[in-house]
Design a protein around this ligand. Sequence first.
Ligand SMILES: CC(C)(COP(=O)(O)OP(=O)(O)OC[C@H]1O[C@@H](n2cnc3c(N)ncnc32)[C@H](O)[C@@H]1OP(=O)(O)O)[C@@H](O)C(=O)NCCC(=O)NCCSC(=O)C[C@H](O)C(=O)O
Ligand code: MG
Length: 362
Amino acid sequence: MSHKSAKDFFRPLAVGAPLPLREIPARPSRAIHFFDPSNEKMAAKIPAMVGTVDVLLGNLEDAIKADNKVAAREGLVRIAQSTDFGPTQLWTRINALDSPWVLDDLTTLVPAIGDKLDVIMVPKVQGAEDIHYVDRILAQLEAKAGLERPILIHAILETARGVANVEEICGASPRMQGLSLGPADLAADRKMKTTRVGGGHPGYLVREDAPRDADGGFRYDADRFRFQQDLWHYTMAKMVDACATHGIYPYWGPFGDIKDTVACEDQFRNAFLLGCVGAWSLHPVQIEIANRVFSPSVEDIAHARRVVAAMGDGTGAVMIDGKMEDDASLKQCLVLVELAEELAAIDPVLKATYDAIETPEA
Ligand SMILES: CC(C)(COP(=O)(O)OP(=O)(O)OC[C@H]1O[C@@H](n2cnc3c(N)ncnc32)[C@H](O)[C@@H]1OP(=O)(O)O)[C@@H](O)C(=O)NCCC(=O)NCCSC(=O)C[C@H](O)C(=O)O
Ligand SMILES: [Mg+2]
């Protein structure tokens, strides 16, 4: 595979297109809230959701009926043109690159609402070639529309080949903003034997060893603990490493069991702890879960600030509550403190909560 030279990497791909960004801005994106712009009831709710969610995403791909594809695209244009999004980002998910709709998605959206669109989510990305294709078209459309800032690209990791190529996907363009894990399509593509959208499976487990009976034989029929395992751990960790390597952002995707808010919270928290910055919300009830889970807790910030204060110039080692802290744990604490600062800048309630934490003297 041929790579661009370093000097060409940050050149615009079309004459007149905006300069690519050298750093992807760390904008809060705890919940990427999906809505169907062709669904009038849903669409009517969007203006009032501005400011309550970090990202509103007009979905054009799966979950939109084929007969409604054009209405969804036109609905998104209408909503974007008539709404002031304030601090909330506007994203869209375009149709798959091999679908009959994607070219019209791009050629309609960029001229009409390119100045309002922050990120375009591209589904079923297989390799760098898919990103290169969208990258060039976006540059041409941006140049034609006279846009002043580049629209970023977010890829969904939802094919086995995409997972195998995750590193080259992350590094394919300076437009790459992040990746989401799409568990439903990925399960199908891998021929996993599940029927769910995210979450675990009661059959994917590890069982406690069989106890022995008095004769030393094994009692295989005894009641034994079973521990459900995480179907997604490998892929999520691989995605997080690839994103961190390339300075872009990883996200958990959807959790389809809307009523099971407890398991949704678990799924989101696993993602948060492993390095993801957000997850998708499919229903209004999932926004609060994502906003809470992907914001550092008061306890974590209180502890992190203590470590920062105790570590002074950042070198050496100290004991806090019986635990050794050094520059490696300090760096972890700074991740949380910096995230809290970014979130406080857009969320006044969170700011008041973090401000109220007693901070130790340095
Ligand atoms: C999941 C839903 C179909 C549920 O809709 P519904 O049955 O209408 O739910 P409720 O009756 O509880 O709704 C209550 C009210 O809230 C409004 N509503 C519902 N969802 C949304 C929303 N996302 N945004 C805004 N408003 C919403 C309803 O209209 C009700 O309003 P009212 O009657 O006035 O009180 C539905 O939530 C839905 O379609 N969600 C989005 C689904 C989606 O986008 N799916 C695609 C992403 S997941 C995916 O693609 C898989 C992935 O790619 C992979 O491969 O893993
Ligand atoms: Mg999908």
